[in-house]
Design a protein around this ligand. Sequence first.
Ligand SMILES: C[S@@+](CC[C@H](N)C(=O)[O-])C[C@H]1O[C@@H](n2cnc3c(N)ncnc32)[C@H](O)[C@@H]1O
Length: 211
Amino acid sequence: MTTSTNRSVEGRDVKTAYARWAPIYEFIATPTVPARKIAAKRVNAIGGRFLEAGVGSGSALPLYGDNVDLVGVDLSHDMLKIARGRVDAGLKNVEAILEMDLMNLAFADASFDGVVCMFTITAVPDAAQVMREFARVVKPGGIVMIASHFEADKGPWQVTDRVLTPFAKRLGWNPSMPIDGVMETPGLVLESREELPPVGLITLLNFRRTA
Ligand SMILES: C[S@@+](CC[C@H](N)C(=O)[O-])C[C@H]1O[C@@H](n2cnc3c(N)ncnc32)[C@H](O)[C@@H]1O
């Protein structure tokens, strides 16, 4: 397996997996709430038109400020239904919620000031291809922000990764994708790398699109 592929999680498996997860996703994902808040704060500090790639149930949407215009995309109809419910309940800064594959984004080049992608890059079949799409749709000088759990090289998370990895297809993500898979994208330069809580579980990567 190359470092950026998650062959066990093809699109149709993702749809099936997240149809199952949707009703309980936010409960299961409770440990990721603090990291999502920090990432949203970073987005708010920049502002502008942002793509939330893999918006899921839209749990981050209420965290964005009025200075951010959002387009949310995801492959899972069931997750998007929850996100749309949130928007309809009164989120004014969400421009659109669209069913779309991150492997092939239906946006023109340089459409966004930034891309934020949380807990999703390890769920796509080819992370390098998705990173190339992010680099394409963000404006020169714009930000691509990735928050995810990547393969742990020690400690209890390494044990957890090893136990969960055989179930990647059913889970809908690869628990042990190496971080190298997102580090080398033409046109993107890594500006910062931050470890987010819970300790050792989540990494926030900030890339900037070169001119
Ligand atoms: C673990 S959830 C994360 C959702 C949200 N970002 C959050 O922080 O709660 C992963 C999401 O990625 C979506 N996804 C996986 N592969 C995708 C693809 N190729 N294109 C678009 N969305 C995809 C799934 O449908 C799911 O909603």
